[in-house]
Design a protein around this ligand. Structure first.
Ligand SMILES: Nc1ncnc2c1ncn2[C@@H]1O[C@H](COP(=O)(O)OP(=O)(O)OP(=O)(O)O)[C@@H](O)[C@H]1O
Ligand SMILES: [Mg+2]
Length: 270
C-alpha cells in the first residue's frame, strides 16, 4: 500500500428529474490508496452506486474531479476514457450479466475479444483466472449450468482479464448464501494480497463489512464516517475490532433514514 490511486475532490451529482433536480452526491472527498481494501456502506438511496458509477467513469459528475494517478479523468475524451477504463478498472455487479450462450472460458475472454486481443494468449489467461477462482473443473459450462456462486466467480475472473488495478464491486454477493458469499469474500482478500489489487466494494453485508480494513459510511450523498481498522495476517480486519464498527455502520445507516426524509430539495437549475 502507499501511493494514491484515486483522489476524489468535491464530487457532486445532480440528476435532473422533471421539474425538480435530485441532489444525489453533495460533495464527496475521498482518497483511495493503491492496494487498499475499502468498503462503502450506507442506507439504500445514500448514493453508493452513483458514486461507484462515477468512480468507474461510466457517468460524469456534475462538479468535482476524479484523479487517477494525479490525472483528472473527468476531463478525458470519451474514447480516451473507454481506453483508460478498460485498462484500469474491473467491474463486478450483483447481477453478473454473463452471456448465456457462451461458456465460462468465453465469458471471461469477452472483454479481450471485444478489444481485439489475440485469441490464444487470451484463452490461456482466461483459463488461468478461472483456475484462480476455483473453477478449473467448469471451464466449458455455460452460465445456466453453473451455480449462483460459480457464476459470480466467472464474473470476477472476467473483471480480472484485462489486468485492472482497481475492482469496483456493487453488492457482489448480494444474492448469494452466506457460505458462498464468504468464499467469494475470501477470494477478494486473496487477490488483494497476491496481486496488490485495490478493491472498492459497496455492500449491505455486515459479514463482509466486518472484515474490511476500511469502511466509508455514506449518509444522504455525503461521507459521514471513514473508519480504518488494524489488519490481521490474512488481510482482514482484526476480528475484535470488527463487530463494533459494522454495528455502527448499519446503525448509522438506520439513522440516516430520518436525515434523508428531512433533507431539503435540490437547488433548481444546477
Ligand atoms: N437517473 C437518476 N435520476 C434521478 N434520481 C436518481 C437517478 N439515479 C439515482 N437516483 C437517485 O439517487 C439516489 C441514490 O441512488 P443510488 O443508486 O446511488 O443509491 P444506493 O446508495 O446505491 O442505494 P441501494 O443501497 O438501494 O443500492 C436515490 O434516491 C435514487 O433515487
Ligand atoms: Mg446501489
Amino acid at each position: 500500500m502507499g501511493q494514491d490511486l484515486v483522489v476524489v475532490e468535491g464530487l457532486t451529482k445532480v440528476f435532473p428529474h422533471g421539474e425538480k433536480d435530485v441532489d444525489v452526491l453533495k460533495g464527496i472527498d475521498l482518497t483511495i490508496e493503491e492496494g487498499e481494501m475499502l468498503s462503502i456502506v450506507g442506507k439504500s438511496g445514500a448514493g453508493k452506486s452513483t458514486l461507484l458509477h462515477l468512480l468507474g467513469t461510466l457517468d460524469l459528475p456534475t462538479a468535482g474531479r476524479i484523479l487517477y494517478d494525479g490525472n483528472d479523468v473527468t476531463a478525458y475524451s470519451s474514447s480516451r476514457l473507454a481506453e483508460f477504463r478498460n485498462q484500469t478498472i474491473g467491474f463486478v455487479f450483483q447481477f453478473h450479466h454473463l452471456l448465456p450462450e457462451f461458456d465460462a472460458v468465453e465469458n471471461v475472454m469477452m472483454p479481450g475479444l471485444i478489444r481485439g486481443t489475440a485469441r490464444g494468449p487470451l484463452e490461456k489467461e482466461a483459463k488461468k483466472l478461472l483456475d484462480e477462482v476455483g473453477l478449473s473443473h467448469r471451464l466449458t459450462h455455460r452460465p445456466g449450468e453453473l451455480s449462483g456462486g460459480e457464476q459470480q466467480r466467472v464474473a470476477l475472473a472476467r473483471a480480472l482479464v484485462m489486468r485492472p488495478r482497481l475492482i469496483l464491486a456493487d453488492e457482489p454477493t448480494g444474492n448469494l448464501d452466506t457460505g458462498t458469499s464468504d468464499a467469494i469474500h475470501r477470494l477478494f482478500f486473496d487477490l488483494n494480497k497476491s496481486r496488490g489489487l485495490t478493491f472498492l466494494i459497496v455492500t449491505h453485508s455486515r459479514d463482509l463489512a466486518a472484515k474490511m480494513p476500511r469502511i466509508v459510511t455514506m449518509v444522504d450523498g455525503r461521507v459521514d464516517r471513514d473508519d480504518r481498522r488494524p489488519v490481521g495476517e490474512n488481510g482482514e480486519a482484526a476480528q475484535e475490532s470488527a463487530p463494533d464498527t459494522a454495528e455502527h455502520a448499519s446503525q448509522e445507516a438506520e439513522d440516516s433514514e430520518t436525515a434523508e426524509e428531512s433533507s431539503p430539495g435540490a437547488a433548481p437549475g444546477a
